[in-house]
Write a protein that binds this ligand. Structure first.
Ligand SMILES: [Zn+2]
Length: 318
């Protein structure tokens, strides 16, 4: 078998028995680095494959806050909350409300919310489809990869919401990001932690076992590894283009930024609010527990348990 090295630390990576994607007769497996614990998809999609993924409206409709044209009104409240969170963090680190950049801005709804706070807001997205929609809102936005766009180099605050896990070359991306921000700038990042056990799952395990027992189903130890239905589905290869090229745990996320010379100045692991597509009565147990733990982890972190992470970094200049 071909030897695969970690994208970041270059140590040997092993193929994992779970995760990955299958799409158009191609298998994209999930690998784990034995040293820095980063998980990544291999082979990586080509730039043509990436372009076709993000210029396809079905991708934007599959996400929850991704900024699809048809649901943006529904999610305005979420963008407002995200904006408040960004402003709170920026104030905490004494970041002046000057030049703000969002990479992965989709159709620009978060930028609209932040326009009144920062002196200028600029957005970038790899999807030309989304950038066209953002332009119609009068925003200064650019389509493409940051390495290829001629951006100003004096940003004071950068936001990467659910972006990092989509990057094919994270080392080059963050290397370039250092060049376009000011010395004391802040980069605020949100990432999903797909394979992290979140507290709700710990309570779901006995609940689901009991439900199965009452239905006369035989107990399978495997069900203990991936407690909820969604977690179990993640155990199979997903049948769509590879969206998440990187998978983080809280530990591997911190290690990743340290390895590429960024200082983690703040981080928080939490349980996200349930996605709207799960708003169904039959999911009452899942929804109920997730809402409870979303509240708990908002105010009191539960070790490193959660399905999302906020991580704030600053460049370490050599
Ligand atoms: Zn590694």
């Amino acid at each position: 078998m071909e030897e695969i090295n970690c994208l970041v630390c270059k140590n040997k990576a092993q193929i994992l028995p779970f995760g990955g994607y299958q799409y158009q007769d191609k298998i994209y497996s999930l690998y784990g680095c034995s040293f820095c614990k980063l998980r990544f998809i291999w082979p990586q999609p080509t730039s043509e494959e990436l372009a076709s993924t993000y210029n396809d409206l079905s991708y934007w409709q599959s996400g929850d806050f991704a900024g699809d044209k048809t649901n943006c009104e529904l999610y305005r409240k979420q963008y407002r909350k995200d904006a408040q969170k960004i402003i709170k963090i920026a104030k905490r680190f004494n970041i002046l409300p000057e030049k703000f950049l969002e990479i992965g801005c989709a159709q620009g709804d978060l930028l609209l919310e932040l326009k009144s706070y920062f002196k200028s807001v600029i957005g970038v997205d790899i999807s030309e489809l989304m950038i066209e929609l953002a332009k119609k809102k009068g925003l200064e936005v650019y389509a493409g990869e940051i390495e290829k766009i001629n951006l100003p180099s004096d940003f004071t605050c950068v936001y990467l919401g659910d972006l990092v896990e989509h990057l094919p070359d994270p080392v080059s991306f963050f290397g370039h990001l250092k060049k376009i921000i000011k010395d004391k700038s802040l980069v605020i990042i949100e990432i999903p932690l797909t394979y992290n056990v979140y507290p709700a799952n710990l309570f779901l395990a006995p609940l689901i076992s009991l439900k199965n027992f009452l239905k006369g189903k035989i107990f399978k130890p495997r069900s203990l590894y991936f407690f909820s239905k969604t977690q179990r589905e993640k155990n199979k290869k997903i049948e769509h283009p590879p969206y998440h090229l990187l998978e983080f745990t809280p530990r591997s996320a911190r290690a990743f930024f340290n390895l590429i010379s960024w200082q983690v100045v703040y981080d928080k692991v939490y349980v996200g609010w349930p996605k709207r597509k799960y708003y169904k009565l039959k999911n009452w147990h899942l929804l109920g527990l997730q809402i409870i733990f979303s509240f708990i982890t908002k105010y009191a972190p539960l070790f490193d348990l959660g399905d999302r992470m906020t991580i704030v970094i600053r460049p370490i200049k050599k």
